[in-house]
Design a protein around this ligand. Structure first.
Ligand SMILES: [Cu+2]
Length: 150
């Protein structure tokens, strides 16, 4: 016999928005919706761009120093206007958006076609929080690869 309480719980689970599921939390960081564009018919290896929002919920500044993925030759922080960048500081309480409008993660030599709405693994490296594993979603939109400066 299924009790009404259980039924109510199932109903709640069913309406939980998908966006809430795509948040990675550590003690001091909250990473929302890391994503890349539709890979369409790209032929591996190819370059992609990864965007996300990082919030520092801790009491001390942290610094994103790099990233890696088993599917990537290498990943670099790149500023759309000024080129390669060593790190991105996220002050205590601050929110930083990694996007092609400013600083973004540029993935070189991605070696696998991932279907739209699927995910691939990436590790972000922070000075304080250390290695943080995330899953990057392949969205149903195209991202133009910004021209590389330098
Ligand atoms: Cu997401």
């Amino acid at each position: 016999m299924i009790r009404p309480v259980l039924l109510a719980l199932f109903a709640l689970l069913a309406i939980t928005p998908a966006a809430n599921a795509h948040r990675i939390k550590t003690k001091t960081l909250q990473i929302d919706h890391p994503w890349t564009g539709d890979m369409a018919e790209a032929k591996p290896p190819f370059d992609i761009v990864v965007q996300m929002v990082i919030r520092n919920t801790g009491k001390a500044a942290d610094v994103l120093t790099g990233a890696s993925s088993p599917h990537a030759e290498r990943i670099e922080l790149v500023h759309a206007a000024t080129g390669p960048q060593k790190a991105v500081e996220i002050k205590a309480g601050a929110r930083v958006e990694l996007s092609t409008k400013s600083v973004y993660l540029r993935v070189f030599g991605f070696n696998k076609l991932i279907d739209t709405y699927d995910y691939f693994p990436m590790t972000l490296n922070f000075k304080r929080a250390g290695a943080v594993k995330i899953e990057v979603m392949v969205e149903d939109v195209a991202i133009d690869l910004p021209k590389l400066i330098n």
